[in-house]
Design a binder for this molecule. Structure first.
Ligand SMILES: Cc1cc2nc3c(=O)[nH]c(=O)nc-3n(C[C@H](O)[C@H](O)[C@H](O)COP(=O)(O)OP(=O)(O)OC[C@H]3O[C@@H](n4cnc5c(N)ncnc54)[C@H](O)[C@@H]3O)c2cc1C
Length: 298
């Protein structure tokens, strides 16, 4: 035990802490430290990983204080700063009206302490297969903006997620913002999270659905995205296609349920088995679709 604490203290002693007051300072630090620099936003993932010895950066580049990166604004699309916290997302009027699924996903992340500190940028850049915000962002056609000293680039969130814990972010890049397509007029969306407890636990399965209905009460447009069922959170085009034209009544979504199960590649882990995850998906899809229907009719 004594040796453990000694090693930890020595490790801490060598670690540089760089507090960035603005984006330019953060990009300077990133360019200087390269792969050896680790961005620190809310720190809810980073500090756990550091303490567990999973990461050993030379420098922590603290960006939490960069106010400009936590703004949420709305025009034809919604622009969410990377440092917007889960609490902020859950409380923001534009997010609550234009991105119902995202607001409810933010309320389901961990407990209130994690929601007050953890950020949307950290949730995405950590690239956990179970990231709760990812499915609601994916059904909103999210694009991410990455900045470096060389300039900016924007890419679809789907392309940003490369593999488990791996993103398309280069070591000198910082995620500044995410832009989203709002829920169309008359549309409905839901995020359903199956977890072991209501709080403080990541999803066994997470599923987001966005729907628009035609006059005859059939599904005219559908987007479906899931987390915790593959190496990365993802859209499920086959399930979306199978929902099109389906009437809004219980039992009408069996084909979409089968398409969803066929598209995922879940694993067994401490929270659930792959077969359990496959078994619950069709029911979760039906529940989400029916709830979207209720929201649209309201
Ligand atoms: C008790 C507890 C419960 C939790 N429950 C959940 C849960 O239910 N659902 C869930 O999805 N997550 C959960 N988490 C994980 C975590 O809280 C979230 O992923 C959170 O959003 C991470 O944000 P952060 O600002 O704390 O990220 P940090 O820990 O600061 O960073 C996470 C990663 O992203 C990188 N990063 C951060 N910001 C940027 C940026 N702007 N540009 C580039 N890279 C960046 C960091 O370098 C690091 O690799 C939980 C964590 C804890 C400790």
């Amino acid at each position: 035990m004594v040796v453990f604490y000694l090693v930890c203290s020595l490790k801490d002693w060598e670690l540089r802490f760089c507090r960035a007051n603005n984006l330019d300072e953060a990009l300077d630090w990133l360019s200087e430290w390269g792969e050896n620099g680790c961005l620190l936003a809310g720190g809810t993932d980073v500090m756990m990983q550091y303490r567990r010895g999973e990461i050993s950066p030379g420098a922590l580049i603290h960006i939490e204080g960069i106010e400009a990166l936590s703004l949420i604004t709305a025009d034809a699309r919604t622009h969410v700063g990377a440092l917007a916290t889960h609490s902020r997302l859950a409380a923001d009027a534009d997010i609550r009206s234009r991105h119902v699924a995202l607001a409810s996903a933010a309320r389901l992340v961990g407990g209130w302490q994690t929601q007050a500190t953890g950020t949307v940028g950290g949730n995405i850049c950590n690239a956990s297969p179970a990231a709760d915000l990812a499915p609601p962002l994916l059904i909103a056609d999210a694009h991410v903006t990455l900045a470096s000293k060389g300039g900016e680039r924007r890419l679809p969130l789907e392309e940003f997620f490369v593999d488990r814990r791996t993103t398309a972010r280069r070591p000198d890049e910082l995620l500044t913002a995410i832009d989203l397509e709002p829920l169309p007029l008359g549309g409905g969306e839901r995020y359903l999270k199956l977890g072991r407890r209501r709080a403080m636990d990541v999803a066994i399965v997470g599923l987001a659905v966005r729907l628009s209905l035609g006059r005859d009460n059939t599904i005219e447009a559908a987007r479906v995205a899931a987390c915790s069922v593959a190496a990365t959170p993802r859209r499920v085009p086959d399930a979306e296609a199978a929902l099109l034209g389906a009437r809004m009544e219980e039992g009408a979504f069996a084909d979409a349920g089968r398409a969803l199960v066929a598209a995922v590649t879940p694993i067994d882990d401490g929270r659930g088995t792959a077969s359990y995850r496959r078994r619950v998906l069709p029911g979760l899809l039906e529940q989400a679709v029916m709830q979207c229907g209720e929201e649209i009719r309201r």
